[in-house]
Design a protein around this ligand. Sequence first.
Ligand SMILES: [Zn+2]
Length: 136
Amino acid sequence: MSREFTTAELEAYLDEALTPEEMAGIERVLRKRPELLRQLSAIHSRRDAGVHTLGEIWRRHRISCPTRSHLGSYLLGALSAEHADYIKFHLEKAGCRFCQANLEDLRREQSESNEAVVSRRSRYFQSSAGYLRNDR
Ligand SMILES: [Zn+2]
């Protein structure tokens, strides 16, 4: 599972010259091993000056994004440490804009739903307070 990849294999990956199964196999390993991404990044920058950062490689090769529900669990701190680390890496090191936007949206949704609960509660208390006053 954590076998080493040859430079030739990694170059073929960058060229998207592998079968979909082979591409998926490399991506699975890349997700677990950030140092392989650095290796890819080094190969790539030796070959052309177009792509420099891990984030660009990540985006360019579309290594799978976490699902929205996983991002939601991440926000709530409900994931295993390993899973949370992967998402943190994806958001911060790989700098996936798509997931960053998704997370921002989820954060807004959560705080809006909290506000809605608070305002419903305060309406409820106001009306029952009014009711109690009138009843006295
Ligand atoms: Zn993403």
